[in-house]
Design a protein around this ligand. Structure first.
Ligand SMILES: *[C@@H]1O[C@H](CO)[C@@H](O)[C@H](O)[C@H]1NC(C)=O
Ligand SMILES: *[C@@H]1O[C@H](CO)[C@@H](O)[C@H](O)[C@H]1NC(C)=O
Ligand SMILES: *[C@@H]1O[C@H](CO)[C@@H](O)[C@H](O)[C@H]1NC(C)=O
Ligand SMILES: *[C@@H]1O[C@H](CO)[C@@H](O)[C@H](O)[C@H]1NC(C)=O
Length: 378
């Protein structure tokens, strides 16, 4: 059984589920889309989006500081910097389906000091950062319930485009200090106006493209919102592995070789045509090198004992009935900055490992229903 046959066989039922949870209402496209807004890090406005019609005003804010920091933060400015330093956008309220909160998602980060929420302890199960000429990509396996995403939700795509050009979240800004054009200085931040973040099904992939590179638009194309990380950000993230790699740029989403070795482009059909029943190619992660693995304690110790619950982390108001659970033992393996080789390999012992295989397209090993469902995170 090869990956292609799995894909074709499984797409219909999975994508029906996706379509049901995605936000499809038509909106008028704004004349000043978010991708065109050049916002230097030193000149971030309170809210970058000033519209009030259609989807309403921006729900949070972009100026984020010590007064906004905590698990009630509505900060909508995030970062994709390093393996130990990135953010996700996720719903502000517990037990939420991504598709219903895409416009109002807020930043959850691995480091304090940015005026955001912190990613709760135990959320990050395995993370892979790949630094490529055109982008920084971080992908991983997570316990999505810890960042307010409903268990079992297939999730959706957040990006700087959106149905109306206002972005998802509306007004969401992304910065990085890791682009080569930034000169390796961690203290200066460059805006990424082209980025995509797929989150759901206990996984995510976040790609922030370097606007100074000529192919930023193609590498961070946001129109393939129904085919998930597998196609939009091919990667080899695995449970229990925390690694940073250098990589080549991926092939732009949708491009593949035709029968005469010509480049063809597949475009995602509109939802009105029904479920996607086949995609004519199987993506593979771009070549990567210089991967270095770390112990999660060495990366995320500042998240120890952080909870989603504002009451636990010093926020102003507690929000109802979160059962925070015992914090207890950390289970990361390996020592600092060493190659903790081995990795699991078979990828079919449990859900998370299977999801890792799916994210990395190593579908040939360990075919299970969990892998199949993980393939179509979108
Ligand atoms: C801190 O952030 C809040 C919310 O964006 C903003 O209203 C306030 O002016 C900021 N404070 C400073 C000192 O920048
Ligand atoms: C930037 O920060 C990362 C960790 O977030 C660190 O590994 C790297 O050494 C820093 N770079 C410099 C130039 O300090
Ligand atoms: C296909 O085209 C690429 C360049 O686009 C070339 O490197 C490769 O050798 C070609 N393969 C075959 C089988 O012709
Ligand atoms: C880690 O292992 C990879 C191969 O798995 C190797 O290419 C790399 O050089 C190793 N890194 C270190 C720091 O040993």
């Amino acid at each position: 059984m090869n990956a292609t046959s799995i894909t074709v066989a499984m797409l219909p039922s999975l994508l029906v589920a996706l379509a049901a949870s995605s936000y499809a209402a038509a909106q008028s496209f704004v004349s000043d889309p978010l991708v065109d807004k050049v916002v230097p890090y030193t000149a971030i406005p309170y809210q970058v989006d000033q519209h009030t019609a259609d989807r309403g005003p921006q729900s949070g804010y972009n100026i984020c500081n010590s007064t906004t920091e905590g698990q009630n933060s509505l900060c909508q400015t995030g970062y994709v910097n390093h393996l130990d330093d990135f953010c996700l956008f996720a719903p502000p309220e517990p037990n939420t389906v991504v598709g219903s909160a895409e416009g109002i998602a807020v930043a959850w980060c691995t480091k304090p000091g940015r005026g955001t929420r912190l990613i709760p302890e135990g959320t990050l199960k395995g993370i892979q950062l790949v630094q490529s000429p055109g982008y920084v990509q971080v992908a991983g396996l997570i316990d999505q319930t810890k960042i307010n995403i409903q268990a079992g939700d297939f999730g959706g795509e957040l990006d700087s485009g959106g149905q109306d050009g206002r972005g998802n979240p509306i007004g969401g800004l992304i910065y990085s200090n890791a682009f080569p054009s930034n000169g390796g200085n961690n203290d200066t931040f460059q805006q990424s106006r082209r980025w995509t973040l797929f989150v759901g099904n206990d996984a995510f992939c976040f790609k922030a493209c370097d606007d100074t590179q000529p192919n930023a638009k193609a590498l961070c194309e946001h129109i393939y919102d129904r085919i998930g990380c597998t196609y939009n950000a091919p990667n080899t993230a695995q449970e229990g592995v925390f690694e940073r790699c250098d990589g080549d740029d991926m092939r732009p989403v949708g491009q593949y070789d035709g029968p005469n070795n010509e480049t063809l482009t597949w475009t995602q059909p509109p939802e009105s045509l029904g479920p996607i029943t086949s995609v004519p190619y199987t993506p593979t992660p771009a070549p990567s090198s210089n991967c270095v693995r770390y112990a999660s304690e060495d990366l995320y110790s500042q998240l120890n004992s952080v909870s989603a619950d504002p009451a636990v982390t010093g926020g102003a108001t507690a929000s109802g009935t979160r059962s925070t659970g015992a914090s207890g033992s950390r289970t990361s393996t390996g020592s600092s900055a060493s190659n903790t080789s081995g990795g699991s390999g078979t990828g079919n012992e449990n859900g998370a490992a299977a999801a890792a295989s799916a994210m990395g397209i190593s579908v040939v090993a360990g075919v299970s229903s969990v892998i199949l469902s993980a393939l179509f995170l979108a």
